[in-house]
Design a protein around this ligand. Structure first.
Ligand SMILES: [Zn+2]
Length: 548
């Protein structure tokens, strides 16, 4: 890659100019201070609905006030949001296959799992249709639902990206749980049963679309208390429901799948082989009907987004650039090596710390932004990007005046900053802007090296993208084959959504400070550029943009 081919002299010549002006070590310490508070065991992993999450809210609002940001919530700095919580009452719920008048129970756990992510029907019996990957991708002339009658039926699909040839973003978006359900619901389906891909064909891309996990990275692995059913959290606003009409939602194990496929003329082993080879799948009705009986325990809770602003001046002051990060994490759960607190130091106390540092640097620099800058700490990202989805639907400023969202989620400053991986780099004019902002510090940018991970749709920026707002998100990048690559991949393996994402891990705080400065420069440029950020003509995401 060009970074290594570039004469070392060039980098050395450029760096000291900046380094002389900025004490990254000192700024890195300030950045770390916020993480020390938010990721302390005392905050118990910042799960929404807990008093400890409220402490985190108070902390951020207090910092905003201290920095002199103007309140930008609906109640001072806060934007209260109502949530619904649903928990499956396991011993009163059941799944039964009915064939030729004979009833055959599916074992909950070993063969299938009912998911409370939808407001499940108390009792529902319906025929089932296997719909392959369950994907409709017009760009790729791909339609798994062609010729199928899904009215009143349960759609059974393999949760894998499949062989359809479309760009990563297209497949990520259309393969998301919400989009898959949207087309199935439109086709008349009353529920879904998903089969985990497994093996090579599935890859990790399936995670982004796994409907029975939270929409966040790691999915079920992110539910720390696996074993006992975890409550499923959703926005109370019915207009923001992504499971409307879903009377049944279950995931099926390979053992359960063999049972389901019996009598259909196909075996699950055959399907699994095709998925493994990344081949198209047949679609066909399954024998008999499935009866689902579900008892849900409902509760409500409230949680808050926190928003503060540095107002712009002049004629662009009624336009807004958002810098966002999520304040919540997974809370307390299943212990790993005797530690049950999921502190979420990198995920995403680090992003909140960067928001606070960028706000501080912006205020101290006396830079006068033309557009207003909103600093937004959202709630419930770990429950499926809910706080940002709510904000994008109910923004505290007029929606069409939001010009961009710059999102920070787990950017992983684990080694010196040489290259930033930018999600959304090729999609909008923001790509060039961040490239210039990084180059001023001798830092390069690169596209996501692991596109199958679907990162562009796996955090809060996606809530804005889906409504047409250009956005970016970031990670510390690496050159393929470098020690940095190993460090980052090991981090994901060993600490991601685990109690060890805590204050005891090695973090390069000076590198984080350097990153913060680049984000500051990016924010300043976007705030002051006379042109509003725009999607590229050929970007898939341009379709979501709407006229005021
Ligand atoms: Zn997370």
């Amino acid at each position: 890659m060009s970074l290594f081919k570039k004469p070392a002299l060039l980098i050395l010549a450029a760096a000291p100019l900046i380094a002389a002006a900025v004490d990254y070590t000192a700024e890195g310490k300030l950045w770390w201070t916020h993480i020390q508070f938010l990721a302390d065991d005392k905050l118990q992993g910042r799960n929404i609905g807990t008093p400890e999450f409220q402490q985190a809210v108070d902390y951020v609002a207090g910092q905003f006030q201290k920095l002199g940001l103007k309140p930008a919530g609906t109640k001072g700095y806060l934007q209260p949001i109502q949530f619904e919580s649903r928990t499956l009452v396991q011993d009163q719920s059941s799944l039964t296959l009915i064939r030729d008048g004979k009833e055959e129970p599916l074992a909950l756990g070993a063969e299938a799992t009912l998911s409370a992510r939808a407001d499940l029907a108390p009792k529902l019996e319906a025929p089932m249709v296997f719909v392959g990957y369950g994907l409709v991708i017009p760009e790729a002339h791909w339609n798994d639902l062609a010729g199928l009658d899904l009215k009143g039926k349960i759609a059974v699909y393999v949760n894998a990206p499949g062989p359809a040839e479309a760009s990563g973003p297209v497949k990520s978006h259309l393969g998301s749980a919400a989009e898959r359900w949207r087309v199935l619901h439109e086709a008349g389906a009353v529920g879904i049963a998903t089969i985990a891909a497994g093996g090579r064909g599935g890859g990790s891309a399936g995670r982004g679309g796994s409907p029975n996990d939270s929409a966040t990275p790691g999915g079920a692995a992110g539910a720390p208390g696996r074993g006992a059913p975890q409550p499923s959290i959703s926005l109370a606003d019915p207009e923001l429901s992504e499971t409307t009409g879903m009377g049944v939602s279950l995931s099926i194990t390979p053992r359960g799948a063999e049972k389901l496929f019996a009598g259909s003329g196909h075996t699950f082993a055959e399907i699994q082989g095709l998925v493994h080879d990344n081949k198209p799948l047949p679609t066909f009705p399954l024998a008999g009907t499935l009866r689902s009986q579900a008892v849900l325990k409902h509760a409500t809770l409230q949680s808050e987004n926190v928003a503060g602003t540095v107002p712009g001046s002049g004629k662009l002051k009624d336009e807004y650039v958002i810098l966002s990060a999520h304040l919540d994490h997974l809370g307390v759960g299943r212990p790993v090596n005797g530690d049950a607190i999921y502190n979420g130091a990198m995920d995403d106390a680090s992003g909140i710390a960067t928001i606070l540092e960028v706000a501080r640097l912006l205020k101290e620099s006396k830079f006068k932004p033309k557009r207003s800058v909103i600093f937004l700490a959202v709630t419930a990202e770990e429950k499926g990007e809910l706080g940002s989805r709510y904000y994008a639907a109910h923004p505290t400023v007029p929606f069409h005046q939001i010009v961009a969202d710059i999102n920070l989620d787990m950017f992983l400053p684990l080694y010196p900053l040489k290259v930033i991986e930018v999600q959304g780099l090729m999609e909008s004019t923001l790509g060039e802007t961040v490239k210039t902002a990084a180059a001023a510090d001798g830092v390069e940018v690169q596209v996501d090296q692991e596109p199958a991970e679907n990162r562009f749709i796996r955090s809060d920026q996606y809530s804005f993208i889906r409504r047409g707002v250009p956005a970016l998100a970031f990670k510390f990048g690496y050159q393929p084959g470098s020690p940095d690559e190993t460090t980052r991949k090991n981090w994901v393996r060993d600490r991601y959504h685990k109690p060890s994402d805590d204050l005891a891990q090695p973090v390069d705080t000076a590198a984080a400070a350097k990153f913060d400065r680049i984000i500051l420069r990016l924010m300043e440029t976007v705030a002051n550029d006379s042109a509003r950020p725009a999607w590229h003509q050929d970007s898939f995401f341009k379709r979501f943009a709407t006229e005021p």
